[in-house]
Design a protein around this ligand. Structure first.
Ligand code: NCD
Length: 307
């Protein structure tokens, strides 16, 4: 039962619970009208302490398309946060008004803290360079829908694997499926954190390799997951400038990939995918953004126990 639960970490839900979410998302995609009043009378609070386009809009669109309503802030400066209110007090207050809350915060662990003080379900919409479990729901739903499976896949993660929270969450989630092979493509300075390497990849005996160039490995991949270099997490601008254009996916590199390889990207894109790729049928990142809305519709229906 997912009713009343929080989603803070991608491992919070079992594989079976995730299947239930994907099944419901598939049903919504097939017949959205059937669900257009499901959330009547329900209120979502969006607490965004960091910038967002897709995550916030897709949550809001999800709630509105289910017939519910939305309150919130996208600029913490406009709320009592600017007066020094704690996350705990904010969520306790929000719980007096809303039925469910989604929080993005620059500090790792802030949504977790909120969940400990909350009377309503709290969803982590990204905490610093840590985790982003609803992007993972989006990614898994996209892969499952397009590839028809979540097993027996070789996935290349490219770019900022150190600060990229979507990468951390997706690697964690994939570690529970059969025969997953991971190829990590990043500069030395932006490799995955030790806990992902030791606690997830090595501990779960996931086959993984490292590469320095996309073109060396692209031919082996079923999925190429591109990411942006996370500028806002750098301490030093020179490092960012030196690393930001290290990997650029262009049509020359795409020629080396299989016909069925999917290109995913959580977006926003900066320079890492040339615009010429957008018309390639293997480029799935905008469909992925759309699946994100359906995944969040299904997630909220489950957490609120709406049938
Ligand atoms: C990602 C994020 O916020 O971590 N964006 C998103 O939610 N789709 C990726 C990013 O900002 O690079």
């Amino acid at each position: 039962m997912l009713k009343g639960r929080h989603l803070i970490d991608p491992m919070d839900f079992s594989v079976e619970e995730l299947d239930g979410i994907f099944e419901l998302a598939g049903d919504i995609i097939a017949d959205p009208v059937k669900y257009s009043d499901s959330m009547k009378g329900k209120l979502l609070a969006t607490l965004f302490y960091e910038p967002s386009t897709r995550t916030r809009f897709s949550f809001e669109a999800a709630m509105l398309r289910l017939g519910g309503q939305v309150i919130g802030f996208s600029e913490p400066g406009s709320s009592s946060v600017s007066k020094g209110e704690s996350v705990a007090d904010t969520i306790k207050t929000v719980g007096c008004y809303a039925d469910i809350a989604v929080m993005r915060h620059p500090k790792e662990g802030a949504p977790k803290v909120a969940s400990l003080f909350s009377d309503i379900p709290v969803i982590n919409a990204g905490d610093g360079g840590h985790q982003h479990p609803t992007q993972t729901l989006t990614d898994l739903l996209t892969i499952k829908t397009v590839k028809g499976k979540l097993e027996n896949l070789t996935i290349g993660f490219c770019g900022d694997l150190k600060f990229g929270r979507t990468v951390h969450s997706l690697i964690k989630a994939l570690s529970r499926y059969e025969n997953i092979r991971v190829i990590l493509i990043s500069p030395e300075e932006l490799k995955v954190p030790e806990y992902i390497r030791n606690e997830i990849l090595i501990k779960n005996k996931i086959e993984f390799a490292e590469a320095e160039r996309i073109e060396d490995v692209i031919g082996e991949l079923d999925i190429l997951y591109m990411t942006r270099v996370q500028k806002e997490r750098f301490f030093n601008e020179d490092d960012y400038l030196r690393l930001k254009d290290r990997f650029i996916l262009d049509s020359e590199k795409m020629e080396l990939a299989s016909e069925s390889m999917m290109v995913l990207h959580p977006l926003p894109r900066v320079n890492e995918i040339a615009y010429e790729i957008d018309s390639d049928p293997r480029a799935m990142y905008f469909q992925q953004a759309k699946y994100g809305m359906y995944a969040r519709m299904a997630l909220m229906l489950k957490l609120l126990g709406v049938r």
